[in-house]
Unconditional design. Structure first.
Length: 245
C-alpha cells in the first residue's frame, strides 16, 4: 500500500490540486466574510456560518468530484490502467491507494478552508475570540461527511473516461443539496447535504446531534453506511472490470 501511495503521489498534478484546494475555499470565504461593526466570538461564529454555507454546499462536494477525476486521470490517458495493473499488486491495493490519496487531498482542502477563514476574519477586523474548537470540529465533521461522496465519485471516475461526464453527475447531485438541507424530512437522508449540515457551527445546538453535528441515524446510516456501500461497490466493480485501455 505504501508503495502504491508513493506512485499515486508522484502522478498527481499537484500544481492544479494546490490551486483548487486553496482557490475554492478562498473564494467561499471571500463571499462569506464581510467587515462589520460586530466583533468577538459571536461575530466569528456568524461569519463562519456564512462561509460554510457556500463552501460545504457547493465548493467542497464539487471539489471531491474534481479531485476524484484527477486521481484517475493518468490511467485514462495512454493506456495507463494496463500499465498500473501490470504491477505486482492487487487491484484492491490500487483502488485503496487512490481512495486514501483522495481522502488526504480533501482533508488538506478543509484545513486550507479553516486557515483562509481565520486569516480573512482577522483582516476583516473580527477581533479576538476565534472559536477554535467550533472550527476544528466543523472541519473534522465536514471531512467525514464528504467521504461517502468521495467514494461515489472515485467509483464513477475509475469507470468513466470522460472527465466532463463525471463532473456533470456530481454537479447534478450537488445543486439540490441546498434545498434538501432545509428539509427536516429529506435533509438527514440526502448524502450530498451532509457536508453542509455537518459543518454548520449551529448544528451542535440541535437536540440529538452527535459530536459530528449530525443525528445518530444520519451518521451511521447515511454517512458510514453510504461510505461502506460505495467503497464495496467501487472495489467490486474495479476488481471485475475488463481493462482495455
Amino acid at each position: 500500500m505504501l508503495r502504491m501511495l508513493k506512485v499515486e503521489l508522484m502522478k498527481m498534478q499537484w500544481w492544479l490540486v494546490g490551486l483548487l484546494a486553496i482557490g475554492g475555499p478562498a473564494l467561499a470565504v471571500l463571499l462569506g466574510v464581510n467587515p462589520g461593526a460586530e466583533t468577538g466570538a459571536e461575530a466569528w461564529k456568524l461569519a463562519y456560518g456564512y462561509a460554510t454555507v457556500r463552501y460545504s454546499w457547493l465548493f467542497y462536494p464539487l471539489l471531491a468530484g474534481v479531485f476524484a477525476a484527477l486521481v484517475c486521470r493518468p490511467e485514462h490517458v495512454g493506456g495507463g490502467w494496463k500499465q498500473l495493473l501490470a504491477l505486482p499488486v492487487s487491484r484492491t491495493t490500487v483502488y485503496g491507494a487512490k481512495l486514501v490519496t483522495l481522502a488526504g487531498i480533501l482533508a488538506v482542502t478543509n484545513l486550507a478552508f479553516g486557515a483562509v477563514f481565520v486569516a480573512a476574519g482577522m483582516v476583516s477586523g473580527l477581533g479576538a475570540g476565534v472559536p477554535w474548537s467550533v472550527i476544528g470540529m466543523s472541519m473534522l465533521a465536514g471531512w467525514v461527511a464528504v467521504l461517502p461522496l468521495a467514494a461515489v465519485q472515485l467509483w464513477v471516475s475509475s469507470r468513466w473516461k470522460s472527465f466532463g461526464a463525471a463532473l456533470a453527475l456530481n454537479v447534478c447531485l450537488t445543486l439540490p443539496a441546498i434545498f434538501a438541507a432545509q428539509s427536516h424530512e429529506f435533509g438527514p437522508w440526502y448524502p450530498w447535504a451532509q457536508p453542509l449540515l455537518a459543518m454548520s457551527p449551529f448544528a451542535s445546538d440541535q437536540t440529538g446531534s452527535t459530536a459530528l453535528n449530525v443525528a445518530p441515524m444520519t451518521l451511521w446510516v447515511v454517512i458510514v453506511g453510504g461510505f461502506v456501500v460505495s467503497l464495496i461497490g467501487g472495489l467490486v466493480t474495479f476488481a471485475r472490470a475488463d481493462v482495455r485501455q
